[in-house]
Design a protein around this ligand. Structure first.
Ligand code: HEC
Length: 112
């Protein structure tokens, strides 16, 4: 009993440390332009509709909050969100890439 309690405490401590580490990452919008070249093809065109693997509407991401963009990209990366193109793209991004990209897009005007 005592051992399992100790393990639980350890595990909780470790997961808290992990969260603190992720929070240390600060997005730098100036680092984003060479990371978003692959995004522009789909997200840079107003009302653009992609056709593969099915017809879909590409959401506008410029002007959304950095937190929302970051959460969305992490969800694709982990598989919590399921769009195949976005999953492949998000999987190739590091946490720092995601933070930089989120910071960049949150500074865009939603009308662009
Ligand atoms: C092949 C086209 C394509 C490319 C390239 C692409 N996206 Fe997407 N993206 C989509 C589509 C389609 C969706 C909507 C998917 C869905 O319904 O889950 C989406 C959704 C998103 C969302 C969630 C938006 C919302 O309102 O919930 C974010 C954030 C995002 N993309 C960021 C990016 C970033 C950053 C890049 C470049 C690193 C990128 N995308 C590249 C097609 C693309």
């Amino acid at each position: 009993m005592k051992i399992s309690t100790a393990l639980l405490v350890l595990a909780a401590g470790a997961s808290m440390a992990g969260t603190a580490g992720a929070a240390d990452i600060v997005g730098n919008p100036k680092a984003a332009p060479n990371k978003i070249e692959q995004c522009i093809g789909c997200h840079g065109i107003p009302e653009y509709k992609g056709t593969f693997p099915e017809v879909y509407r590409v959401p506008k991401i410029g002007g959304q909050s950095a937190k929302y963009i970051e959460a969305a990209l992490q969800a694709y990366k982990k598989g919590d969100r399921n769009h195949p193109s976005m999953r492949g793209i998000a999987a190739s991004l590091s946490d720092q890439d995601i933070a930089d990209i989120a910071a960049y897009y949150s500074q865009q005007s939603p009308s662009k």
